[in-house]
Design a binder for this molecule. Structure first.
Ligand SMILES: Nc1ncnc2c1ncn2[C@@H]1O[C@H](COP(=O)(O)OP(=O)(O)O)[C@@H](O)[C@H]1O
Ligand SMILES: [Mg+2]
Length: 342
């Protein structure tokens, strides 16, 4: 059930499951000055809500996903902002509490599934071990819960998947095992970082369908991360577009889809639609000219300006703020495509 559908909980009396405010993730440079990689990101995910984070490779999506659990891969470190999960301060809580929250309230399906499994243990053994970390159950009960989770993620027959080793599974099967692992602590929010990137179109549809099912049957909230706006759009309620470490647009999915306001969002939409249209295969793809700027070389003005066909002199001089446009939309652009800020 989506929040509010039961009519008992209005937006005003809900507190978010995940709340990130002004998150900064940095790396120390040679002169010990910090270089930001993720720059003042704020986002919330409510119980049962499905949110997408979209952006090109290098925009800071994976770092944001890790930070949601209070983690950053060294040398990157969280240098600013607050992160709370179910009201728990992820940057200050004792390790025991953090371990309860990680996996037990919010679970992450990491971007590289192959590296998350140990090649020398069977899938069933590893799944049972993780279940026993989160639940006070016997080895035998853990094994039957593991088989249940494998079945629930569409892996058949569960017993033979449980006996398999990572290298014996296809990319799609591996991704389902990762989702089963993430579900083993009965989380309320699943963060899936590029869950379909290495998969073919049919397998991709299967994984997205599984995530849809889980969000419906278990009221599981989803934070779905991808570089493909068109692909993810029909599976989330709200979309956050990231560029060069910051949010450039966010809105309910329909609004983003029907009326993008940031030129970068519009370009992402155009590209993913062209990839899918049969005529476009005959045309040259209208890739966005240039590349995403590396951390440390961000412009003083708008970070997208050097690649933006609509950029004016002011765009290079002034860094735009994320401005509310009403109806749950916010845009970081001095000259948005349509409509006026409220
Ligand atoms: N542990 C790290 N140390 C230093 N830089 C990092 C680290 N992890 C990622 N980065 C850099 O931070 C930026 C954002 O990375 P990432 O969050 O992985 O992007 P995305 O997931 O959007 O592709 C990239 O420029 C990347 O090279
Ligand atoms: Mg990533």
């Amino acid at each position: 059930m989506r929040p509010g559908e039961d009519g008992s909980r209005g937006a005003a009396d809900r507190s978010p499951l995940l709340s990130i405010t002004d998150l900064v993730i940095s790396v120390p440079g040679p002169d010990s000055k910090q270089t930001p990689l993720v720059d003042r990101i704020s986002l919330t995910v409510f119980s049962g809500e499905r949110v997408g984070i979209i952006g090109e490779s290098g925009s800071g999506k994976s770092l944001t996903a890790l930070a949601a659990l209070g983690l950053a891969p060294p040398p990157a470190q969280i240098t600013g902002g607050t992160i709370t999960i179910d009201g728990i301060d992820m940057l200050a809580a004792p390790e025991r509490e953090l371990n309860r929250v990680r996996g037990g309230i919010v679970a992450l399906v990491p971007q590289e599934p192959a590296t998350a499994l140990n090649p020398v243990y069977s899938v069933g053994f590893q799944l049972s071990e993780v279940i026993r970390l989160h639940r006070d159950v016997s080895r035998q009960d853990a094994r039957s819960i593991a088989l249940g989770l494998l079945a629930r993620t569409g892996l058949r027959p569960p017993a033979s998947i449980a006996r398999a080793y990572a290298h014996q599974l296809s990319g799609g099967q591996l991704q389902r095992v990762m989702i089963a692992l993430a579900l083993s602590g009965r989380p309320q929010l699943l963060i899936a970082d590029e869950p379909t990137t290495a998969l073919d179109a049919v397998t991709t549809r299967g994984i997205l369908h599984l995530l849809d099912e889980l969000s419906k049957t278990d009221a599981l909230a989803l934070l779905l991360i991808s570089h493909d706006l068109d692909l993810v759009a029909s599976h989330v309620d709200r979309v956050i577009i990231m560029y060069a470490g910051e949010i450039v647009e966010e809105a309910p999915t329909e609004r983003i889809f029907n009326e993008p306001r940031h030129p970068y969002t519009a370009a992402l939409l155009r590209i993913s639609r062209e990839i899918r249209s049969p005529e476009a295969r005959k045309r040259t793809l209208s890739a966005i000219e240039g590349t995403i700027p590396a951390p440390g070389s961000w412009e003083t003005g708008c970070r997208f300006a050097p690649r933006c066909s609509r950029a004016r002199p002011a765009c290079f001089a002034q860094h735009p703020e994320l401005v509310a446009h009403g109806g749950g939309r916010a845009v970081r652009c001095l000259f948005p495509l349509a409509g006026a800020p409220s």
